[in-house]
Ligand binder design. Sequence first.
Ligand SMILES: [Zn+2]
Length: 476
Amino acid sequence: MTVDIGETIVGLEIHVQLATATKLFCGCSTDYQDDGPNTHCCPVCLGLPGALPHVNRKAVEYGLKVAKALDMRVPEESEFARKNYFYPDLAKAYQITQSDKPLAVEGTVEIEDDEGHEKIVRITRAHLEEDPGRLVHVGGGSKYSLVDYNRSGIPLLEIVTEPDMRSPQEARRFLNKLRTILEYLGVFDGEREGGLRVDANISMRGSERVEVKNISSYKGVEKALTFEVTRQRNLLRRGQKVARETRHFMEGRGITTSARSKEEAHDYRYFPDPDLGPIRVTGWLAGIDLPELPTARKNRFMAQYGISLNHARTLTGDPRLADFYEHVAHIEPVLAATWVADTLLGELNYRNMGIAAVPAEQIIELLALLRSEAITDRAGVQVLREMLDACAAGKPCEAPAAIVEREGLARVVGDDFTPIVQAVVAANPQAVEDYRAGKKGALNFLVGQVMKETRGRADPRELGRIVSEYIDTGGV
Ligand SMILES: [Zn+2]
């Protein structure tokens, strides 16, 4: 029996910790990462009776900045509400959030779909709320739990999308794009653990929807959704139903497991927080300046530097990388794009290093050596690796020219190769015969042998010419 299964539908709720200096409703510092538990707390964020919250202006500004960047509409008035539920990390037994009247509504984010075309993911709303505290489970098998209120009251912006994504990969691309925008805006610290947490809604069209809660990494989102696609499709294929429920993602095992059945909104008994008045900030919008955003920067890179869409996309995917590229681009923009986006990024990923660890001046020098053809591409890679290995080991970075000198990597041109070509040709009569018989690969083989002897100092194309000329003109 074949069962018709509908397409995959994904919507996301993203909780972003806004990088303000103080919490959302009190003056406690948000910089607690290296401090002991419960050291950044006061009566307000501990929820003590009689303590009164006041709204952090910066958090509202950051929220508006995001709203403007995502092309959202900011209603005349927004409002904080109390979401009532009991949990040990929530001392007040309610969370201050925005329910009926969010800060901003109706935005868009442009991503690439699975065919590489541009597509729009619609943003439903963005609202401000406070982060709860954090439970720390102690002892083997969690004998007991401790609670840390340092995180309690950290400002969150919750961004909710329409169910516009059609695969786990699209969801990952959306998150990457959103994260890039947030980093460009400077409202979010991408390095902070738990700085961005995701709830994902996923269904097969025509079936019930499942919510996967609290996924704390991008890879996690793609993995959790991929698992759900398989699980839901298998159920439907067997003629069973998908239950409407909340599930947890077990990061270590890469699976989701059933949690409680989902509460309905009315279970939370939302009502406007009487301690906080309405927020009317549409007048602030005109004064909020946006930096150049990823899509605009990508288009400018292509126009200004003449580089490919793929390179422009990669280079603008991280503001630090884009800045780095612009710093070294003057040497020769297309050459620089290839070396930064392809070679350097690959070598950095391999060493688990960030672009911040790379001295731009050294890359400029390396690019200059490559442009003047003082070294071959192959020698360039070797120089780059030596440099990065030293950086990774915390040693002082050696200048590319010094590495070229020390390793004898300077490109050798013209006649200097003749003895090596001679020797290789003499040692491989079969390959020479094959080359003369027009067999493909014979010349490459001979060039490869010469390359080996020259340790990459020669340009393969030039060597190809030299070797074929040598044989053709009867050098042997
Ligand atoms: Zn506080």
